[in-house]
Write a protein that binds this ligand. Sequence first.
Ligand SMILES: Cc1cc2nc3c(=O)[nH]c(=O)nc-3n(C[C@H](O)[C@H](O)[C@H](O)COP(=O)(O)OP(=O)(O)OC[C@H]3O[C@@H](n4cnc5c(N)ncnc54)[C@H](O)[C@@H]3O)c2cc1C
Length: 290
Amino acid sequence: MERNKVYKNVSLTKFNSWKVGGKAENFVICSDVIFLCQLIKSKKVQRPIKFIGLGSNILVRDNGVKGTTIVMHKGLNNFFKEEELFYSEAGLSCSKFSKLIAKEGYIESAFLSGIPGTIGGALAMNAGCYGSEIWSYVKKVKMINADGDLIERDPNDFKVGYRKIQKKNEAENFVGAWFSFPKGKKVEAEENIRKLLAHRKSTQPLSWPSAGSTFKNPDNNHAAKLIEDCGLKGFMIGDAKISEKHANFIINLGAAKAKDIEDLIKHIKKIVLKEKNIKLIPEVEIIGDV
Ligand SMILES: Cc1cc2nc3c(=O)[nH]c(=O)nc-3n(C[C@H](O)[C@H](O)[C@H](O)COP(=O)(O)OP(=O)(O)OC[C@H]3O[C@@H](n4cnc5c(N)ncnc54)[C@H](O)[C@@H]3O)c2cc1C
């Protein structure tokens, strides 16, 4: 599929980590900022416009997504050091970003190494793990607004929370960002990445399609523990299964439909509310038509 070209009715199955879902009414893989600006400026491009990265935190419904879906991860992945700041475009993967920072001899990027999304997706979600979050390292961001113009924003322009951010203007999307990481030892930074990836491999069902943690952790609690304590590990709807290895992961055994996953999400919420009186909030974003 050619980059920077609008296609009609493209299956999004290959563009999300659960490997499910319907078609994008209009679909573009964007690898060029100038093209991106022209595309958004064009009145012909059908609205709403939805930016996606590696699709590792979305559940695309079976009936597909109206408007235009813009995939950012196959290009728009420039990375460079500018004085003491690192600039990354939104399409770069978090794992590559983490390794590039470590290679330069800067520390604390390891937490991003196992997050299978893009920098744009991580900024949109305030991605993080093991006590670290991406927005702690952001100095400035480059955004594209609804008119197709590039603007720079300061972190103070965002309300940053646990796996969520509030933008000043919801119609703006991320094109890139400048980050600051502490200087340290390259060997130590690279060793931290190795340890973290090994830990993830031993605790998460990484060989199955999933979207990582399905629910946010409630205050002073763990979604995985609550789900496990309700006896739900291994519970299935169609080919969607609550992982035995990590109860907050829903895995696709092969032929799951998005509806199976959504029904399983609803089932988990219902049981945890009934048994524990705790309302679980999905971390994954459900997109598309019912
Ligand atoms: C195995 C596995 C492990 C995971 N572990 C973690 C973890 O430890 N911590 C964690 O936080 N997450 C984790 N995740 C979830 C996911 O990887 C992160 O949320 C990631 O940041 C999403 O990035 P993405 O590029 O895949 O975004 P997508 O899923 O494509 O999109 C997610 C959201 O970001 C928006 N978005 C994407 N790109 C842009 C952009 N350029 N501008 C504006 N909005 C944009 C989308 O519109 C959507 O709302 C995991 C997922 C998997 C599958």
